[in-house]
Write a protein that binds this ligand. Structure first.
Ligand code: FCB
Length: 443
């Protein structure tokens, strides 16, 4: 007789998927990513977001239906600053109406919305002013947040101010693969500083408008492990963990902005998180390498024994999500897994990836760690930034030419999890028998 049972999650746990405006809406020509897509060599295979999932054309309705009938009770989406404020002196009420309708659409389907206010893209006019390098962006962002929250608060009280400030800082200002494509460490630190100030001010602005609001940011957590015991490797891991993982949430915790070389204080940031959003995909091993000056002398790679996603972008290391939550718990606020998932057009690894991550999450939550929800990335395949359409993260697949949705086995796997409010041995047996050994071991 095989071992069987169910790992139940707490009552009221939020189950859903996450999306971002530029990745799903389509037809947004007034933002930094659209401009970036027009430049040669910026996006894999010259892909363009185009219609994306055509949410701006109204297809959010059918996708929200899909989410609802597959038992999701929450959804995390983002709104586009560039649509709401197309020019510094202009607010677009129609755009706000459109977002109101979407949020009403979630409510009427009994799904709790979480709204992200900045997910990797700004209006072109903000970029022309110097974007996040210009301190003026702090006040501008807060004005936008006020306007948006005023309009949308009847439908939402969970707000993510900024998605992955750490990834944004590194991709846009160190690696140069996101707009504005800089490779400038000093600029990167400045941008992070401004993002923390913007978050802190937005936090208070939202609470003034909606005292019962819950406000946080969504951080990309990546555990960096030293390749060897050598001090240079351990030092590299420490620097990466400090600058990438710790910098943002620690400053919100104690007001000390510690970039290792320099410590600043941002006192107004203290206590400005009601929850911590965590996006976890994979951990990295790091090794100091004198011959890699362009990567800051540090090579990053995945462990040999971890199964890789289709394009090698993610390595399956489910224990990392537990480590991520343990790490996140030091900030003393409830946590939400705001993203987790894998690119897999054939849906071979996704069921196992998801179920083993959820099992690891369940285990760590039993140490009395408050995690309030899990948002899978993503509902439908969508435009993956500089990787274009080469990566497929959806529970549903998307035919970009026809807009047809393709039902992957993972749709039913995730539906069963949401419906059960947990993972049962039947679910694992049915959708990912190769995950049985780890999730329901014999002893
Ligand atoms: C995260 C982003 C999200 C998506 C996933 C795959 O870093 O927040 O928009 O691209 O990765």
């Amino acid at each position: 007789m095989p071992p069987y049972g169910t790992y139940y999650f707490p009552e009221g746990f939020m189950w859903g998927t996450a999306t971002a405006a530029h990745q799903v809406e389509g037809r947004n020509q007034n933002n930094t990513w659209y401009a970036w897509e027009q430049e040669e060599g910026r996006i894999a295979d010259g892909h363009k977001s185009g219609l994306a999932c055509d949410w701006w054309g109204g297809r959010w309705q059918e996708d929200f239906d899909r989410a609802q009938v597959t038992h999701q009770n929450a959804h995390r989406l983002s709104i586009a600053w560039s649509r709401i404020q197309p020019a510094p002196d202009r607010w677009d009420e129609n755009a706000l109406d459109r977002y109101r309708e979407m949020l009403r659409g979630l409510r009427s389907r009994k799904m709790t919305p979480i709204v992200t206010l900045h997910h990797f893209s700004e209006p072109l006019w903000v970029a022309e002013m110097g974007g996040w390098e210009n301190e003026a962006v702090v006040e501008l962002f807060v004005e936008f947040v006020r306007k948006a929250v005023e309009a949308l608060q009847p439908f939402c009280n969970l707000w993510v101010t900024i998605n992955e400030p750490d990834v944004f800082m590194v991709s846009a200002y160190v690696e140069g693969v996101f707009p504005p494509g800089k490779k400038d460490l000093k600029a990167a630190v400045k941008v992070m500083h401004h993002m923390i100030q913007a978050h802190a001010r937005a936090y208070h602005a939202i609470h003034e408008l909606q005292p019962e609001a819950q406000v946080g940011a969504a951080l990309h957590y990546r555990g960096f492990k030293p390749a060897t015991w050598l001090p240079v490797d351990r030092w590299a891991a420490k620097i990466f963990n400090t600058l990438f993982n710790d910098l943002f949430p620690r400053t919100l915790h104690d007001g000390v902005f510690n970039t290792i070389i320099k410590k600043d204080r941002i006192p107004e940031a203290v206590g400005t998180q009601d929850f911590l959003g965590l996006n976890y995909y994979a951990n990295d091993i790091v090794r100091f390498d004198l011959f890699a000056p362009r990567e800051l002398f540090v090579r990053r790679f995945f462990p040999d024994d971890a199964p890789l996603s289709e394009t090698g972008f993610i390595a399956h290391q489910p224990e990392g999500i537990a480590e991520c939550v343990r790490w996140g718990s030091q900030f003393g606020v409830p946590m939400i897994i705001t993203e987790n998932g894998v690119e897999d057009s054939q849906d071979i690894l996704r069921p196992r990836y998801t179920l083993e991550h959820l099992h690891a999450l369940w285990m760590v939550m039993n140490n009395n760690l408050p995690v309030k929800g899990y948002f899978h990335w993503s509902l439908v395949d969508n435009f993956e930034w500089e990787r274009g359409w080469t990566q497929r993260f959806g529970l549903w697949g998307l035919n970009v030419e026809t807009q047809a949705r393709i039902r992957r086995p993972s749709v039913d796997m995730f539906a069963a999890v949401c419906n059960t409010n947990g993972i049962s041995s039947e679910i694992v047996q049915k959708f990912a028998p190769d995950a049985m050994a780890r999730t329901f071991p014999l002893n």
